[in-house]
Design a protein around this ligand. Structure first.
Ligand code: GRF
Length: 210
């Protein structure tokens, strides 16, 4: 058995929109499937559903207004300050619509994850499901990866495959991928919390739980 931590891992979620992945993380914690403490949810959008979901579950919800900062670096420093204030040990980007700066990545090296609705390294960036359909792939899916200084380029933690159907639209494919995302993200966080992940070059090694 992997030794358990004295205190649950403190995680922070960064989100800009709907927050369904945030909800999956909250549900996994509340359902006893993920032994973590969701210390704070931070958003760059005041009126996003993710902040509402956090508040509904009694989680600290913080809006950091990009308009209040001269550039992306100073904005990221403000977000880092919020995360530090809440003693966050792992940051999970979940539909966070900003590209984090190198300052942010270096401050939390190996402690930032992202979820992407595609099988990386195929179709990084926006509209991954549309890209997959336009390319004509037969299998798409979801990826959780560590964040490095590129866009969707960091070491891959886990992936789930989703077959593409001939009658799929961007919406139907996105919906089936999303179901997988909601399983995958809590699983990746649990592996991190249990201390079972190590990054070796581009590879993430997952230690067996035994
Ligand atoms: C998800 O598809 C995620 O993979 C991508 O953005 C979407 C966010 O959805 N990065 P939600 O806000 O978690 O519902």
């Amino acid at each position: 058995m992997t030794p358990t931590r004295a205190e649950p891992l403190r995680i922070g979620v960064l989100a800009s929109g709907r927050g369904s992945n945030l909800q999956a993380i909250v549900d996994a914690i509340e359902g006893g499937r993920l032994d973590c403490r969701l210390a704070v949810v931070v958003s760059d959008r005041a009126d996003c559903q993710a902040l509402d979901r956090a508040r509904k579950h009694g989680v600290e919800a913080v809006f950091v207004d990009p308009k209040g900062y001269a550039d992306r670096e100073t904005f990221d420093r403000a977000v880092l300050a919020v995360l530090a204030e809440h003693r966050v040990e792992l940051v999970c980007l979940a539909g966070y619509m900003r590209i984090v700066t190198p300052i942010f990545v270096r401050a939390l090296s190996g402690r930032i994850m992202n979820i992407h609705p595609g099988l990386l390294p195929a179709f990084p960036g926006l509209h991954a499901q549309r890209q997959a359909l336009e390319h004509g792939v037969k299998v798409s899916g979801a990826t959780v990866h560590f964040v490095d200084e590129g866009v969707d380029t960091g070491p891959i933690i886990c992936q789930a495959a989703v077959p593409v159907r001939e009658d799929d639209t961007e919406e139907t494919l996105a919906a089936r991928i999303l179901e997988q995302e909601h399983q995958l993200y809590p699983r990746a966080i649990r592996l991190f919390a249990e201390g079972r992940l190590s990054i070796v070059g581009r590879r993430v090694l997952v230690r067996a739980d035994a």
